[in-house]
Design a protein around this ligand. Structure first.
Ligand code: PLP
Length: 365
């Protein structure tokens, strides 16, 4: 008897496993596993969200005009070149569906964000992995991986889970080396956190080319991960293609209202950035002083490397920390079995993790 069969590629997907959010038997937990902000959204955003509760019977504006206009105002962009999605995950998948055919190839880097191979396989295409150097995307390796079948390159900049970034000159060199029919997806989910003169999220490159798209999210610095809001800025042709296949109401009304308010509250974003800069540097120093290697990060998380010795591994550390309610992220699925990723937390959480790591290493010595 015939039975329903998913399209080729679907069953090759290792489903995305989100960061843990609980620790059995522990009353007070600190969730540092999904790069959420410890400061939450601003008060004004919560009010805007609550106000929509009076009108839940109405469909949202399917084109999310108010949100696209608010983003356009904030970043100096044409709202017609913006598409909003249910998180940037939605947009990454839509881009793959719109531009990849069976047998095409899409490149991502060794420790690149896991949604890229999922979106690629889901569209019937083949994920191709380009090697990184020092946990950082390597433009030469990406260009060397290009074949006539390549139709998309995904670059998380900064990258999750490594926290490293590619300077804008290198991004431009990557773009210049790609065939013009390849879509370069610059995923700048953590752009707001970066404080480097040689970094650019991709706006300029999108504005001056036909094959570059930048994706952004409200899930990180704006503190709205629960609402699922992302946006892309792209050339008119790509915006048109994505608009044809996206869900007609893919961003819900409370999300639109909260997103508009979040764009306006620049003081909250500045405060969140300040908090992050301070504690990112502190965590990098303090964890380094314990003798653990920390990959230099420009985002809102750090990648901590552990020894392979029994009793001192990343898994051992994860169990030790989880028992104390400190929930970090195992990153074996990112080809980093000896590391844990920690989101920058509140001062209390950050201090507790450093103290617990010191205790863990002492105990294991
Ligand atoms: C690099 C990167 N891109 C995209 C996303 C997805 O974000 P969103 O919540 O907007 O779907 C994440 C979330 O962790 C991420 O790390």
């Amino acid at each position: 008897m015939l039975s329903p069969e998913p399209r080729p590629g679907v069953l090759d997907i290792d489903a995305y496993v989100p960061g843990k959010s609980s620790a059995p038997g522990v009353a007070r937990i600190f969730k540092l596993s999904s790069n959420e902000t410890p400061l939450g959204p601003s008060q004004r955003v919560k009010e805007a969200y609550r106000d929509v509760a009076e009108h839940l019977e109405d469909y949202p504006d399917g084109s999310a005009s108010d949100l696209r206009e608010a983003i356009g105002r904030a970043f100096g962009l044409d709202p017609d070149r913006i598409v909003c999605g249910a998180g940037s995950d939605d947009l990454l998948n839509l881009l793959a569906r719109a531009y990849l055919r069976d047998g095409d190839e899409a490149i991502h880097t060794t420790h690149g964000f896991l949604v890229y191979p999922i979106a690629t396989l889901g569209a019937g295409a083949k994920p191709v992995v380009a090697a990184e150097k020092n946990y950082t995307a390597d433009v030469d390796a990406i260009l060397a991986a290009v074949t006539p079948r390549t139709k998309m390159v995904f670059l998380a900049n900064p990258n999750n889970p490594t926290g490293t970034y590619v300077p804008f000159d290198e991004v431009k060199r990557l773009h210049a080396g790609l065939p013009s029919n390849v879509v370069l997806v610059l995923d700048a989910a953590y752009a707001e956190y970066v404080r480097r003169n040689d970094y650019e999220s991709g706006i300029e490159l999108v504005a001056t080319s036909n094959n570059v798209v930048m994706c952004r999210t409200f899930s990180k610095i704006y503190g709205l991960a629960a609402l699922r809001i992302g946006w892309l800025y792209g050339p008119a042709s790509i915006v048109d293609a994505v608009n044809r296949i996206r869900g007609p109401f893919n961003v819900n009304a409370p999300a639109i209202a909260a997103g508009v308010a979040a764009m306006a509250d620049t003081a909250h974003v500045d405060m969140s950035r300040e908090h992050n800069s301070r504690w990112l540097a502190w965590l990098t120093d303090e964890i380094g002083k314990l003798g653990l290697e920390v990959t230099p990060s420009v985002a809102n998380f750090v990648l901590i490397h552990f020894p392979a010795a029994k009793g001192r591994t990343a898994q051992d550390a994860d169990a030790f920390l989880t028992a104390r309610g400190l929930i970090l992220r195992q990153v074996g699925a990112y080809r980093l079995p000896n590391a844990l990723r920690m989101s920058v937390g509140t001062e209390e959480a950050n201090r507790l993790v450093v103290a617990a790591l010191a205790e863990f290493l002492q105990k294991a010595a």
